[in-house]
Design a protein. Structure first.
Length: 153
């Protein structure tokens, strides 16, 4: 049954969602995902609904590396959520781990000009965002008080 679900999700993404996402500027899509993740992550009910809809778990995927337990080996690297705004939803989406950042001491706007560019013929994206982030103090305040489950560092 899980294979059928994953197959349907793949078709839904490739035939419905991807054409919609690719009709907009990639940085706008990225920021929309961050904003949506922040909104969903701020509400326990929304986190639960997201987990129910998107999360896949299987005990075979669980691992312990250097004494740290992971639900699965699929992680999100630093750079996607540079300010830790969507950190609270990442576990519900299904990531086994996630990093936030890259973080600088002071707030930074990042690079000027086109910062994300799709290269469809190579199925890739050129990332030239720079180190845009709110700065260490602001991000520390945002992450302070979260349980280890949602700290992810």
């Amino acid at each position: 049954m899980a294979g059928l679900r994953i197959g349907l999700e793949s078709v839904f993404y490739s035939r419905v969602l991807k054409p919609i996402f690719f009709s907009f500027d990639p940085e706008l899509v990225h920021n929309t995902f961050i904003n949506t993740g922040e909104m969903l992550g701020s509400n326990p009910l929304a986190r639960g609904a997201t987990k129910l809809a998107l999360n896949y778990q299987n005990p075979m995927l669980e691992q312990t590396l250097m004494g740290v337990g992971f639900r699965n080996p699929v992680g999100l690297s630093a750079g996607f959520d540079k300010d830790g705004r969507a950190a609270m939803i990442m576990r519900s989406v299904g990531f086994g781990f996630a990093e936030i950042g890259s973080i600088t001491a002071k707030p930074c706007r990042g690079n000027e000009g086109i910062r994300l560019k799709r290269i469809p013929e190579r199925k890739s994206i050129l990332v030239h965002l720079g180190l845009n982030n709110d700065g260490a103090e602001a991000i520390h305040e945002r992450m302070k008080g979260r349980t280890r489950e949602y700290r992810w560092w």
